[in-house]
Design a protein around this ligand. Structure first.
Ligand code: BMA
Length: 299
């Protein structure tokens, strides 16, 4: 992966109380010739909200809204809406995120899901609908919905510690057939826990999935997997080495050191753009020719 020389592309804004401390981990979607980024923002009150920025070329931020476009509404997410991921599914945007709620300093988190119409999204009418907890009471996070139904059902990847899991639904409301499809390996870059990064990308060879792997020393890297097109539980390939691992100062030093963590990727023409948080403090981008990426999983 080639890091953008202008990284980080987004930093906290001291004069915006809701995003004055850290801005990182962004969902990304390419629509109407623009990358739309929905990033995690932390401010004075330590509550995560979602901010919004756009880029035409994938690297340069051309616009950034001064207010959050999504914030906690229910008790179950009162301490933060973290790590949005977005997919376009049947003319709707489906956003998954981590709902955080703390009781007596004990963190409880779970997957949450909401949708918004494409027109509303593009017109910046932030009418988020159907906000819900797909696995109410189950401690999990890192969820993303596939951009199309597979064998008639919606499919979601998510993480029940420490595995990358799958779930299916007929209506985006009730989810079933939950199972782990990838587990941490005993050695290497993903030996503690793993979770999906952004939306799976459909290719002729299978679903290309970028995922994060954590080493027991708390080093977060990103790697690749390929899932079967018709049976996404079947893992066809998994990288032995990461495609991105913390090296630059903005990845090694920050609120949580040694972290590259991604919630979003887009393909523009022949390039894949990977948006990632550096050390849970700033938002960065790296890119690669799509052919090259594909050749890594089909070699
Ligand atoms: C995960 C999430 C991410 C974060 C990562 C590294 O569990 O909380 O938002 O980037 O840990 O700290």
């Amino acid at each position: 992966m080639e890091r953008f020389s202008g990284n980080p592309i987004l930093k906290a804004v001291a004069t915006h109380p809701w995003e004055s401390r850290e801005v990182f981990n962004a969902a990304a979607v390419y629509l109407n010739d623009k990358v739309h980024l929905l990033y995690r923002a932390l401010g004075e009150d330590s509550i995560s909200r979602i901010g919004y920025a756009t880029s035409k070329d994938g690297y340069t931020i051309e616009e950034r809204l001064p207010y959050p476009i999504f914030k906690p509404k229910f008790e179950s997410e009162k301490d933060g809406c973290e790590d949005a991921r977005i997919s376009i599914v049947e003319k709707k945007l489906v956003m998954t995120y981590t709902a955080l709620c703390e009781y007596n300093h004990l963190q409880s988190y779970q997957v949450a899901l909401t949708t918004i119409g494409l027109d509303d999204f593009l017109q910046r009418k932030w009418n988020w609908e159907n906000r819900q907890l797909p696995f109410s009471g189950i401690r999990n996070k890192n969820a993303v919905v596939f951009p199309e139904r597979i064998n008639g059902r919606y499919v979601m990847l998510h993480r029940i510690d420490p595995d990358l899991c799958i779930a299916y639904s007929d209506d985006l409301v009730r989810w079933c057939d939950i199972k782990a499809i990838m587990k941490p390996r005993t050695e290497g870059w993903d030996n503690w826990k793993i979770g999906v990064a952004g939306t799976p990308i459909k290719t002729s060879e299978g679903w290309l999935v970028i995922y994060h792997g954590v080493r027991v020393e708390k080093l977060y890297s990103l790697g690749l997997a390929l899932l079967d097109l018709e049976h996404p539980e079947k893992v066809l390939y998994r990288s032995k080495t990461p495609i991105l691992t913390p090296k630059k100062d903005y990845e090694r030093f920050g609120k949580v050191p040694n972290v590259v963590f991604s919630c979003g990727n887009v393909v523009i023409k022949d390039k894949m753009f990977l948006y990632y948080g550096g050390a849970d403090s700033v938002l960065c981008v790296a890119s690669i020719q799509f052919d090259e990426l594909l050749s890594m999983v089909t070699r």
